[in-house]
Design a protein around this ligand. Structure first.
Ligand code: PMP
Length: 439
């Protein structure tokens, strides 16, 4: 009966966000949810997205709301695949643009999550993997997705809390010793969520070797291309490296949530890459993917994909998009620097250098679970219990709500008088961290 359903754990980032919204404290800070915010703490529709919307809606189009094909918007997919694999370029190792195209099968998905889910379903049904290897830690939804796919999950020791870096040696050692042919290896293509620690290029070479050696199937999750560094080529480097290698089959789950700020529009793609020898299998792969999509939701939504297609297909808009990526990645970087400098100025015990070194939206700030609860209780600063903070929640122009009194603001006891006016919340966050680390 419906009354006897098993208890499902709440999804942490959404639960933390809900608690933040309910908290009436005027100095509350939300470092929980992975969305971009401006210096004023507001959402930021990309300028280029607004331009594309104007261009799209300016034209009357009676077909605007018609069904797409099951595969999705094909021009969007061509541009999306080119962004990842640089298919149009002749620089692709020994491949020509034609042979590169022949190795990639793309289908539109319900954003990055949908691409992860569809990829998991595709591989589970067709490859029968013994295990899926997931980084420890990882985006929590990887666990849910692979749990639903019914593939046994194993973790590889991704993060070294002592160094704040990717645990290269132990990861390789674990995979060499314990993985088997056809196991799936989930990899964050850039800006690892939640730690912000990425492999170096040399380390990616090592991961590639172990995949070949053991016959693993890499599963790249690409949620931050261009958002991480401002440079789409740099953020997509690892995937292109695997692609150029030629002899390896893998999949890529691509999201346009962060790099286009199109979170709620659900724009994404799944790319299935055949080895050079097996190219030509794309028709069968596409038929299989379309079958899965047809039985789930028939096709992905078209509105957001139309925006991305409009931008990527137009030189001028594309250049503006690169500027917007730069705006976002630069702000995140400057917040990293600001937070690091505040920690150093406070002389907070510990080494905070990882805040600067880690990449993308998130940092494992290095607080224990009890410190995370303490910082929420005492200072109304919200983050995940792992100590993951979303750097974008830091602002320069911190707004104390006008209705609040000085007494309430001083309630948290760690603010000096002049912090009440026009200060950034970065200092507030740093002082709150300092307080829980020392107590
Ligand atoms: N993978 C990772 C690692 C992510 O961080 C995210 C965004 N939180 C996604 C996939 C997918 O997000 P979306 O479904 O919004 O594209």
């Amino acid at each position: 009966h419906f009354t006897n359903l098993p208890q499902i754990p709440t999804d942490e980032p959404f639960a933390v966000n809900a608690s933040y919204i309910k908290d009436p404290h005027p100095k509350k800070v939300n470092l929980g949810i992975g969305v971009y915010r401006t210096n004023k703490g507001d959402p930021w529709p990309l300028r280029v997205v607004e331009d594309a919307e104007k261009a799209i809606y300016h034209v009357k189009d009676v077909s605007r709301h018609e069904y797409l094909s099951i595969q999705g918007d094909r021009e969007f997919l061509r541009l999306a695949a080119d962004l990842v694999f640089d298919l149009e370029s002749a620089q692709n190792g020994a491949d020509t643009p034609q042979s590169s195209h022949a190795r990639v099968t793309s289908i539109q998905t319900v954003s990055g999550t949908g691409a992860n889910r569809l990829g998991a379903e595709f591989l589970t049904r067709n490859i029968s993997p013994g295990n899926v290897w997931i980084p420890a830690p990882t985006w929590a939804n990887h666990h849910t997705i692979w749990d639903l796919a019914g593939v046994p999950r194993k973790e590889y020791p991704y993060y070294n809390a002592l160094t704040g870096k990717f645990n290269f040696e132990e990861t390789l050692q674990t995979l060499r010793t314990h993985s088997s042919k056809n196991d799936i290896l989930v990899l964050h293509a850039c800006a690892h969520n939640p730690t912000g620690a990425d492999p170096s290029r040399e380390q990616w070479e090592g991961i590639l070797s172990v995949c070949k050696e053991k016959g693993l199937i890499p599963f790249f999750d690409l949620a931050y291309q261009g958002f991480a560094s401002g440079d789409v080529g740099k953020d997509g480097w690892a995937i292109r490296r695997f692609f150029e290698e030629g002899g390896i089959e893998f999949v890529v789950a691509q999201s346009f949530s962060k790099n286009f700020g199109l979170y709620g529009q659900r724009v994404g793609a799944l790319h299935v890459v055949s080895s050079a020898a097996a190219c030509g299998a794309t028709d069968d792969i596409l038929a299989t993917l379309c079958h899965l999509v047809r039985g789930e939701y028939s096709m992905a939504p078209r509105g957001g994909a139309e925006i991305v297609r409009t931008v990527l297909g137009n030189k001028g808009l594309r250049a503006k998009w690169v500027e917007d990526l730069d705006t976002m990645s630069t702000r995140i970087l400057s917040m990293r620097t600001a937070l690091f400098e505040e920690m150093v100025a406070l002389g907070t015990p510990g080494d905070w250098g990882h805040i600067l070194k880690q990449i993308g939206m998130f940092t494992y700030v290095g607080l224990s679970e009890s410190q995370v609860f303490a910082i929420r209780e005492r200072h109304h600063v919200y983050m995940l219990k792992s100590g993951r903070i979303s750097i974008s929640g830091c602002e320069y122009s911190y707004r104390a709500t006008s209705s609040c009194s000085k007494e309430i603001l001083l309630d948290s006891n760690i603010l000096a008088d002049n912090d009440l006016v026009n200060e950034s919340n970065v200092r507030y966050v740093a002082m709150a961290i300092d307080d829980v680390v020392r107590s």
